[in-house]
Design a protein around this ligand. Sequence first.
Ligand SMILES: C[S@@+](CC[C@H](N)C(=O)[O-])C[C@H]1O[C@@H](n2cnc3c(N)ncnc32)[C@H](O)[C@@H]1O
Length: 266
Amino acid sequence: MLQSKSFECQISVFFLSSICLSAFICLQCDSKTRTESEAARFARFARVTFKEVYPSLAEQILNDYMIHEGLCLDIGCGPGFLSIEIAKQSNLKIIGLDIDPEAVLLAENFIKQAHLENQIKVEQGDVHQLPFADETFDLIISRGSFLFWENLPKAFREINRVLKPGGVAFIGGGMGRAMTPGKKAAIKLKVEQAGFLNQCSRLITPVMMQEILESLNIQDFKIMGDRTGDSGRRCGLWVEIQKNQKRQPDTSDEHHVKSIKSDKVF
Ligand SMILES: C[S@@+](CC[C@H](N)C(=O)[O-])C[C@H]1O[C@@H](n2cnc3c(N)ncnc32)[C@H](O)[C@@H]1O
């Protein structure tokens, strides 16, 4: 009798501790989900949802501007997926820049997984104060970041400063021309449902963008949407800056000095 009581007691202790253990595991899981950084949440989401967007957008940029070598800057690179696709499809050396240290770490990881460490480097930095010399980059890209920039005139002045004469900057948000309207609508819905659109409640219209660029005296810019002929009102908003001077093979000493500068990074 005494023996069976102690057995019952053991069973109860066993069940109680199992319940406590399960509750503890649940709490741990929950706090892990809750503490996932925004950068990690975006990376997890973008990796799946924008899977087709990055390769086709990279192809579009490279085909449109025919810049396949030299130095490229990806501003607000996040997890680095667009940089990775540009690297796979060109000989460009790429610097990914992001203000969020967590995004920098994530990008470094994805770049390592893709074995592209020799082609892409990532740095923490702010578009409002780019840590680069004047006229450093042949191509500057940025996707999905400008709505988060606090001071667009300051940011675009910096972009124009570090862009080489003859270089191109392609800055904006959207999914590129290759994605069908149906696919775009489905992706947009997922982005809305995941709450990513709430994070940037700003509305930047093509007219506002035009005024900013004109106030900076930036010439040779175009504002467009994802679709050909679309000025950016309905589908994406992109700014293209083709800095004066046509691209020509550059054999000057100056080019040599700049190559040495970029060699330091890579
Ligand atoms: C929506 S994510 C887009 C990431 C990536 N371009 C993509 O398309 O997958 C926006 C990124 O811009 C970065 N960002 C925001 N403000 C920035 C700033 N002032 N300078 C540099 N990066 C910034 C954020 O940290 C974030 O990683």
